[in-house]
Write a protein that binds this ligand. Structure first.
Ligand SMILES: Cc1cc2nc3c(=O)[nH]c(=O)nc-3n(C[C@H](O)[C@H](O)[C@H](O)COP(=O)(O)OP(=O)(O)OC[C@H]3O[C@@H](n4cnc5c(N)ncnc54)[C@H](O)[C@@H]3O)c2cc1C
Length: 425
């Protein structure tokens, strides 16, 4: 085995894992490094944040996913730098050398240069983020039960979601359903159905990458759920009292952040050109300029195919991961690499119970049918038979019983402005 070239894959997300799996029969030694021990199915993270699913239903240990793949070793370690000239990776606690490198460390949210907003506007990228959002949302209802001042009660029951991309739309719809359906009968001193959910978007419509028709449908479905949709509204400040849109102040104790993208800092660490978000401007075969042995895949890459930028979504990450694996195998075999071409199979965004929009195979779907397709696709791609079964049963229960099974506040209740409640990362 030692005589085989060493392929190091940084990141066990959709891209890194797809690359590792696609190399399972190649004559290479693979080391997959991730700072977490689990692969996370991020598209369902908002369901953990809104108490519909438990973390273990959408996260699986990377080691167990790859346990039968004999040519692969999984290591839990944080990469902090890359030296392309020496072909080594600096880890937080050591070093690792490679013959071929696949960098797939993804991206996270950015506060557009306003990191001071982070403590008040929780973002969603990791399991910890989801549990933090769940803590804040459920704490707001608990605080409302003890609130006698009408203005304070209104602020306590006001939830602002910033960013109306798929995650913002999903969060806003789910928050509204929690108040109007899930906990509607659980409190005595206030009516949870009076909650106010405001979805704020700087662009002129929700779900900007979708067609104007689907954006309009998504807006109508959100409004049907009672969400207040504010498009063309730019956030200028966030603090413990709420959100400012220019001169207008929304008094809100819970603010969720679903906007902005910042690539993993490892992109810049490669010392090659990046775009404004820090994504690596890769060559057509997904290698980096000047280093044919280094490839970048997933959210960390910036590339256009067929004249369109490849979006930061799970199918693009999986396709690019498999593509870099094929190119690494080609180089090992002494063959030429091939350019990447993204095959857009469509997109779906769910809004709530039996509410969704989607564009698949040239068809524009909305409402119950789109929601049903969304449901099938997410179950199909979720890793692990047990998780698929548990999630299916959980969703069926939720649908018929209007319940959310994971309504636990772990740790202390959230109080905005309390000094020890710092940023979530
Ligand atoms: C809340 C949310 C909802 C989403 N919903 C959808 C959706 O509905 N549909 C869709 O198609 N896409 C969705 N996406 C986008 C999709 O999840 C991403 O496009 C996809 O995860 C990108 O895959 P990736 O492998 O590039 O990165 P990731 O999946 O982010 O994986 C990166 C991995 O690298 C590891 N890592 C990072 N830095 C280091 C380091 N320094 N050292 C070691 N390891 C490191 C991380 O721990 C992680 O495991 C969503 C994303 C989020 C955050």
């Amino acid at each position: 085995m030692d005589r085989f070239p060493h392929v190091v894959i940084l990141g066990g997300g959709f891209a890194g894992l797809s690359a590792a799996r696609a190399l399972r029969k190649a004559p290479v030694r693979i080391t997959l490094l991730d700072r977490r021990n689990h692969h996370l199915f991020q598209p369902l993270l908002y369901q953990v944040a809104t108490a519909a699913l438990n973390p273990s239903e959408i996260a699986v240990p990377i080691r167990s996913i790859l346990s039968r793949q004999q040519n692969t070793t999984t290591l839990m370690a944080e990469a902090i730098g890359v030296d392309p000239a020496a072909k080594t990776i600096q880890l937080a606690d050591g070093e690792c050398s490679y013959d071929y490198l696949v960098v797939a460390t993804g991206a996270t949210h950015s506060y557009f240069g306003h990191d001071e907003w982070a403590p008040y506007a929780a973002g969603l990228k990791t399991i910890e983020d989801a549990l933090e959002i769940r803590r804040r949302v459920l704490s707001a209802f608990e605080a409302a039960e003890r609130q006698s001042d009408p203005a304070q009660l209104r602020a306590t029951l006001t939830f602002v979601v910033v960013g109306a991309g798929p995650t913002g739309v999903e969060l806003a719809g789910a928050l509204s359903e929690i108040g109007r359906l899930t906990v509607a009968k659980d409190f005595r001193s206030f009516d949870p159905r009076t909650l106010r959910v405001v979805l704020v978007e700087a662009a002129d419509r929700v779900l900007p990458p979708y067609s104007p028709k689907l954006s309009a449908s998504a807006k109508a479905q959100l409004e049907h759920l009672g969400v207040e949709v504010r498009v063309g509204a730019k956030v200028t400040r966030i603090d413990q009292t709420g959100v400012w849109l220019g001169e207008e102040h929304i008094d809100a104790r819970t603010v969720l952040w679903a906007a902005g993208v910042a690539a993993s800092p490892l992109g810049k660490a490669l010392g090659v050109p990046t775009d404004r978000a820090g994504r690596v401007l890769v060559q057509p075969d997904l290698s980096v300029p000047g280093h044919p042995e280094i490839f970048v895949a997933g959210d960390l890459m910036a590339i256009a195919t067929d004249g369109k930028p490849v979006p930061g979504v799970a199918p693009a990450a999986m396709q690019s991961g498999r593509h870099v694996a094929r190119n690494v195998a080609a180089l090992v075999a002494g063959a030429a690499t091939r350019p990447f071409r993204y095959r857009d199979k469509g997109s779906l965004a769910t809004i709530g119970r039996a509410k969704a929009v989607g564009a698949i195979a040239g068809l524009q779907l909305s409402g119950f049918f789109a929601w049903w397709v969304w449901w099938l696709v997410h179950i199909a791609y979720l890793i692990g038979f047990r998780n698929r079964l548990v999630v299916m049963i959980g969703w069926a229960w939720q649908y018929f019983a209007f319940s959310r099974g994971a309504r636990l506040i772990t740790g202390r209740a959230w109080e905005p402005g309390r000094p020890q409640d710092g940023p979530t990362k």
